[in-house]
Design a protein around this ligand. Structure first.
Ligand code: ZN
Length: 205
């Protein structure tokens, strides 16, 4: 029912709201997000990437569904510490096929709640540390392409134009409402619910 939205879907620029309640709906959404992430061979997926404007993301640095013990859910995450800097390559399931070097803190400490509602803390560098930062950015409506300098940005102009025209075509074909309507729904969505704006609105039977 959910699907991963691609640039420039407005959900990707939406500053998500905190999760107030962990319930069965949220757990079902988390399961579905892990499946979508594995299908696309990603290591992380933020809620607004499936059209849900709430502050949580899923992560499995192995990208391997057989290593489910590595699955982590971050609810209302916050970066509480950052150490030094590093450039490394990044990609994003909402900008498939696009990769670029991004400068970020090398190591971060992140505080969040897990799916049992317990407070958890992770301090990590490398892929784990970078992925947590990338996903938290999503929740703030930020994308990795925002960090690129003018030259690197110029280099991906064509890719962005392609994503843009594909999305506008999908809107024209009725797969998505107009931007203003998507934003209205994002603002009004009361709580994590499976009725996301990631795809066509369910037909009223
Ligand atoms: Zn991403």
């Amino acid at each position: 029912m959910l699907h991963i939205v691609k640039y420039p879907h407005p959900a990707l620029r939406f500053a998500s709201r905190p999760v107030e309640r962990i319930d069965e709906d949220l757990k079902a959404v988390v399961r579905e997000m892990f499946s979508l992430m594995y299908e696309s061979r990603g290591v992380g997926l933020a809620a607004n990437q499936v059209g849900l404007p709430f502050r949580f993301f899923v992560l499995n640095v192995t990208a391997d569904p057989d290593q489910a013990d590595q699955e982590l859910v971050f609810i209302n995450p916050e970066i509480v510490k950052r150490h030094s800097w590093e450039d490394d390559e990044e990609g994003c399931l909402s900008l498939p096929g696009l990769y670029s070097k991004v400068r970020r803190p090398k190591k971060v400490k992140v505080r969040a709640y897990n799916l049992s509602g317990q407070e958890v803390e992770f301090e990590a560098d490398e892929l784990f540390g970078r992925a947590m930062q990338h996903e938290i950015d999503h929740l703030d409506g930020k994308l990795f392409i925002d960090y690129l300098g003018p030259l690197a940005r110029h280099g991906i102009k064509g890719n962005l134009r392609t994503f843009e025209s594909e999305f506008r075509e999908a809107q024209k074909a009725g797969a998505y409402p107009e931007d203003a309507e998507i934003i209205r729904r994002l603002k009004e969505m009361p709580a994590p619910t499976i009725a996301a704006v990631s795809g066509p609105a369910p037909a009223d039977a």
